[in-house]
Design a protein around this ligand. Structure first.
Ligand code: ADP
Length: 159
């Protein structure tokens, strides 16, 4: 079975990668779908975000990275993928993810949302926090892949 893992990934963290690795062991193919039309405060372009993911998952043969826009369920149906994959970190993720899973189910009954929990070492990690820490000059090597760390340094210097 195939699964689609949608998100903003601005930027990808070791938390996302942990979820991708777990999914790659379960599903025949995993499509990491980078949203190009998020309303949030975005730091990197969709192609930069997808390049960071591709670079970080090179060894995983059954994982693909794509850019998409519009509703995730529509994209999943277009690609004939029956599973939407999301990561659950803490209880704080639950309410939003619960709402979204049920909304997506209402939009289309044939697509099921599946949740995976990362290693607890990554359960506090978020892209938002990483961006804030980058602006404050934190060492991010334990949180994001080297390519992301470098890009964050370049973006945040002189700011
Ligand atoms: P979105 O804007 O769609 O929430 P994100 O890129 O922030 O996109 O996250 C994509 C998915 O990955 C979400 O399901 C989110 O809960 C999950 N996720 C984000 N960070 C982590 C992490 N550290 N560990 C596990 N899952 C995570």
């Amino acid at each position: 079975m195939k699964a689609i893992y949608p998100g903003t990934f601005d930027p990808v963290t070791y938390g996302h990668i942990d979820v991708i690795k777990r999914a790659a062991r379960i599903f025949k193919e995993v499509i990491v779908a980078v949203s190009s039309d998020s309303q949030k405060n975005i730091l990197f372009t969709p192609s930069q975000r997808s390049k960071f993911i591709k670079d970080s998952i090179k060894g995983l043969k059954n994982v693909k990275v794509e850019i998409f826009s519009g509703l995730v369920v529509n994209y999943a149906i277009k690609k004939k993928i029956p599973v939407i994959l999301r990561g659950l970190r803490m209880i704080s993720d639950f309410e939003y993810e619960f709402q979204m899973a049920l909304t997506n189910r209402k939009l289309n009954h044939s697509v099921e949302t599946v949740f995976l929990m990362p290693n607890e070492a990554y359960s506090y990690l978020s892209s938002k926090l990483i961006k804030e820490a980058a602006y404050l000059g934190a060492n991010l090597s334990g949180f994001v892949p080297p390519i992301v760390e470098k890009a964050l340094k370049a973006k945040t210097k002189n700011k």
